[in-house]
Ligand binder design. Sequence first.
Ligand code: ZN
Length: 417
Amino acid sequence: MDTAVQPRIAHLRVNGERLWASLMELAQIGATPKGGVCRLALTELDKQARDRVIGWARDAGLQVTIDQIGNIFMRRAGRNPALPPIMTGSHIDTQPTGGKFDGNYGVLAGLEVVRTLNDHGIETEAPIEVAVWTNEEGSRFVPVMMGSGVFAGAFTLEHAYAATDTEGKSVRAELERIGYIGPQRPGDHPVGAYFEAHIEQGPVLEDHGKTIGVVTGVLGIRWYDCTVTGMEAHAGPTPMALRRDALQVATRLMQEVVACAQRHPPHGRGTVGMVQVHPNSRNVIPGQVKFSIDLRNASDAECERMDADIRAAAARLAAETGLGIDITLVSSYPAQPFHPECTAAVARAAQQLGYSHMPAVSGAGHDAVYLARLAPAGMVFIPCKDGISHNEIESATPEHITAGCNVLLHAMLERAG
Ligand SMILES: [Zn+2]
């Protein structure tokens, strides 16, 4: 944009009340008695919400296109149509007991950015686009982040189409039924840069009293199955020294999972969430224990070090106790750092707007993770009450909602020119 409009741009602010009103209106589609939203992907309610958002986009003068996996792109033209769009967006499907803000905020914040630019007659060099990604939540159909995953080529359209819900209805059939299979081939759509505004879904910002999280990346994940094998024996006649108690050894290893995360700060996470004891009888010394291990960290190198750490701890315990310990990696997702220029644009916007901010990492997956494979990407986090999400009581303040949208606006303007 030319230098004469620069001071005007610096003072540009979104209309927080309009954004809040849109969020509350969209939340009525699938509203639950407890104040949440149940709007599963590709249901009649999802269709209604899609129709509503597209209606708003048309009112704002946006050009709407839809691809074959049902992703929606709403475009505001730039001065230079040859430039790839600066894109933002998120999802409007929810968990069965979801909230009003998860995903919906990112889409409607994007729409508010466009409405604000319209209000002030501001033209950008690159086009601006707002995307609605299909089935981010993965509640009704697996895999999660389906629309953005197909768009980024993480898996094929055929794979996504074939996914079925518990009633055997396929993604393809349901997309057809609600009228959201578009002509565009997924990914056949350039992206100049991607920003996503989202509630944090964790407690860190609130704990630090900060308004904006400048998201530096999304944690890598390693999932393991662990089996400790000892010997079942009678709880009475077997003296303590002669036992091969799998549960006692397993609980020591579980402690190591937590210790391992603490040895890899600040982003190390270690969780045992699932335990099976065999034979699970009150007067039998457990002969076998199976449990899950979930390790996360901000880089693949750190995930690798945590992997070596927990395996070494298991080897020490096995040598000391003589019990068998097997640790098998069952799935892993690479860490996704965001682009330094996008991260810097978010931090600069927060700084210039006078909002308190801090670097943040995302422990949860987002559509931005897949978009980061295609283009420079970044995310803006705002606090949510008590860090609670995927829950009907999910809550965020109008002040934070507005602040995050202002940061999104200015970060996007920096990239769009
Ligand atoms: Zn989300």
